[in-house]
Design a protein around this ligand. Structure first.
Ligand code: DAT
Ligand code: MG
Length: 147
């Protein structure tokens, strides 16, 4: 499905460390299409919905403190198999196990500061995109190379 979409978020450490451009560059270079982008300070409400499946984890409190510690850059990327390919590009949740060449493998060392979020399934991606974006803020633009 060439219209598949995923949610990618650059976490506060990624913004602090000036990695925004490099991360966006990797998705553009791979060939995905940017259809939504914004910088924001996340609210507890949105984050507790975003990470609802982790509510009972021991690290949940510190995860929410980290995610609200500074601005995020939240994006929607579109293209064939974008959910799965993005997960590969982002790398293992634990940077110690993330391959070199992945975002986490190249830019991070600890699971609690792993630079970037990527939706883990097409279903979750749909929910996350709805949670972070209004439909009107997602642009359905046509690539020149497809006309
Ligand atoms: P991912 O972000 O790769 O989808 P996840 O959904 O399992 O991973 O967890 C969400 C985030 O929670 C993860 O990016 C960092 C944090 N996290 C996960 N496991 C953790 C752990 N054992 N200790 C601290 N933070 C953790
Ligand atoms: Mg996840």
């Amino acid at each position: 499905d060439v219209r598949e979409r995923t949610l990618i978020a650059i976490k506060p450490d990624g913004v602090q460390r000036r990695l925004v451009g490099q991360i966006i560059h990797r998705f553009e270079q791979r060939g995905f299409k940017l259809v939504g982008l914004k910088m924001l300070q996340a609210s507890q409400d949105v984050l507790s919905e975003h990470y609802c499946e982790l509510r009972t984890k021991p690290f949940y409190g510190s995860l929410l403190r980290y995610m609200t510690s500074g601005p995020l850059v939240v994006m929607v990327w579109e293209g064939h198999n974008v959910v799965q390919t993005s997960r590969t590009m982002v790398g293992n949740t634990n940077p110690a196990e993330a391959q070199a060449g992945t975002v986490r493998g190249d830019f991070s060392i600890h699971v609690s500061r792993n630079v970037v979020h990527a939706s883990d399934s097409v279903e979750r991606a749909k929910k996350e995109i709805q949670l972070w974006f209004q439909t009107k803020d997602l642009l359905d633009w046509e690539s020149w190379d497809q006309t």
